[in-house]
Design a protein. Structure first.
Length: 529
């Protein structure tokens, strides 16, 4: 035993409600039981990356072949998770939680991860908001006297905790920070599991950033422990795993198997998946990808991964969830909306035709469109799990086919990556993890694509189609221009308050470092409260 948890922070609004003695004792039990295993898994990630850097090519695991070939199913989804045709996601601030639960979507994924900046105020406040939302008492009156409250017909709530790689420095045990995953999961579960069950639902989660089935096994053991500690029946927790790393794509069967008593599906986390390709194959010149706008869901490696996900899920009786529609409708430009909405419709029609059971949207205005598309295919059926996709035969080579016909790297692509990364990091540093930029919802995953492409392009010395070498001088030139533009548009005071210079400091450290930093949120975390 390492003694009680130390709260390394001044009290925040609601912290007395969330960080109770019993809740902290529950977190301490989770950390003492699973913290060392988590650290071992993070060390294993580092060793695996070294092997890939030295030429190892990922493939399906020989030792788990019996799991892939055997007939087995995951648990049956509860009634309020049977139909997930439209899910909306977003951070855990009160306005977002209220609007998303009221939105008409089937599910709202409350996100402590990529769309939340992990300031202590945001993390504590988010837990308070979810406690109130579960009890249908969450309300908000803004400074301009707009009032928000929950309606009668609410989306089913799911929660995404932070990934295994992150820590929560405001809570320490034995002088060491706690696992952010265990904190986010543990606080929500402790305060809400029994209440959710009483109200006819349950504790439901999305699990991010897993790199394989051993990491899924850790989550399953956490679930078993947590249910036993609080007297919750085994299997009450239900989880959907985001397949957003290329290594996890080779272990989808195994991930479902490890979580089979608690699993209700997999999700195609498209943006993080692209980031994972860049990160894992950063040392491989044949894996250099073109401008991010050219990496669509129809390029070979993305199509192979989503087809395999659908086939795997349906064979195991699990939901195959589609990816995010990140478009944010314009209130002023009808032409922008018309073009973008057509693209969103095409994307959702492709997903449902391929066999997905539901999809994600970032904005309530997209819910009706997505619902119409899925309902046109599904009708009254809650899903299409019965569609087995026996036509799909996905090889390891197909998952690693990074060919993109006519793919190019342009000056505009370099500029977009610099611009988006600076603007997103600035917002993240000021407490906003979900940022509308140029009518797209940018979160940590999309920012990761931008900064990792800059590192990849500079590291491999690529040349744009305009014959400009992407090196440190060129990137600094563009950054200077973008920072000057932003300062001119915002004015000096708003520019300084917006922490754009700090954002560039973080970005230049990431992009020009000789070694690739696995996650931008790790160094950036040191610059927030």
């Amino acid at each position: 035993m390492n003694g009680p948890i130390e709260v390394v922070s001044a009290p925040r609004p609601g912290s007395d409600q969330i960080l109770t003695e019993d809740a902290l004792r529950f977190l301490a039990g989770l950390e003492e039981t699973f913290g060392a295993r988590r650290l071992d898994l993070m060390a294993a990630r580092t060793l695996r990356q070294l092997r890939i850097d030295n030429g190892e090519i990922p493939s399906f695991l020989a030792e788990t072949s019996p799991i892939r070939t055997a007939d087995w199913k995951v648990s049956t989804p509860p009634d309020d998770l049977a139909d997930r045709r439209v899910e909306i996601t977003g951070p855990v601030d009160a306005k977002m939680v209220i609007n998303a639960l009221n939105s008409g979507a089937n599910v709202f994924m409350a996100d402590f991860e990529d769309s939340a900046s992990p300031t202590w105020d945001v993390m504590v406040g988010g837990q308070v908001n979810l406690v109130d939302a579960v009890r249908h008492r969450l309300e908000l009156t803004t400074n301009d006297e707009k009032h928000y409250e929950l309606g009668a017909d609410l989306a089913t709530l799911m929660v995404r905790p932070r990934g295994w790689h992150l820590t929560e420095r405001h809570l320490r045990l034995g002088g060491l920070p706690l696992s952010a995953s265990l904190v986010d999961f543990g606080l929500f579960f402790f305060h809400n599991a029994a209440e959710l069950i009483k109200r006819g639902s349950g504790p439901y989660f999305y699990l991010p950033k897993l790199e394989g089935h051993i990491e899924a096994r850790l989550w399953n053991d956490v679930f078993i422990y947590a249910q036993a500690e609080l007297g919750i029946p085994h299997g009450t927790i239900k989880a959907t795993v985001l397949i957003e790393t290329v290594l996890a794509a080779f272990e989808m069967d195994e991930i479902l198997y490890e979580l089979r008593d608690h699993s209700v599906g997999l999700n195609a986390g498209r943006w993080d998946y692209i980031f994972s390709i860049i990160k894992k194959f950063r040392s491989h010149p044949d894996a250099v990808l073109p401008d991010r706008v050219q990496i669509t869901m129809t390029v070979p490696f993305m199509a192979a991964y989503t087809d395999l996900l659908i086939k795997t899920c349906h064979r195991r009786g699990a939901h195959a969830m589609g990816g995010m529609a990140a478009f944010i409708p314009s209130r002023r430009d009808a032409d922008v909306n018309r073009v973008a909405m057509a693209k969103v419709r095409d994307d959702k029609e492709r997903e449902v035709a391929n066999g997905h059971d539901g999809t994600w949207v970032a904005h309530p205005d997209l819910i009706e469109l997505a619902r119409d598309v899925f309902t046109a295919k599904l009708g009254e059926r809650p899903n299409q799990i019965e569609r087995l996709r026996d036509d799909v035969e996905t090889s390891a080579g197909a998952l690693l086919d990074f060919t993109i016909d006519d793919g190019v790297i342009t000056e505009a692509g370099v500029r977009t990556n610099v611009d988006i990364a600076i603007q997103y990091l600035a917002a993240w540093l000021t407490g906003n993890g979900a940022v509308a930029i140029y009518n797209l919802m940018e979160d940590a995953a999309t920012a990761e694509i931008s900064r990792s492409q800059l590192w990849q392009w500079a590291h491999h010395g690529v040349v744009t189609v305009e014959d400009r070498k992407v090196d440190e001088a060129f990137i600094r030139e563009i950054a200077s221009e973008e920072l000057s533009r932003l300062k001119g548009e915002l004015g000096p005071d708003r520019f300084e308050d917006g922490r754009f210079d700090d954002a560039w400091t973080v970005l230049e450290q990431l992009v020009f470092a000789p070694d690739f930093e696995d996650f931008l949120t790790i160094p950036a975390y040191e610059l927030i409260d």
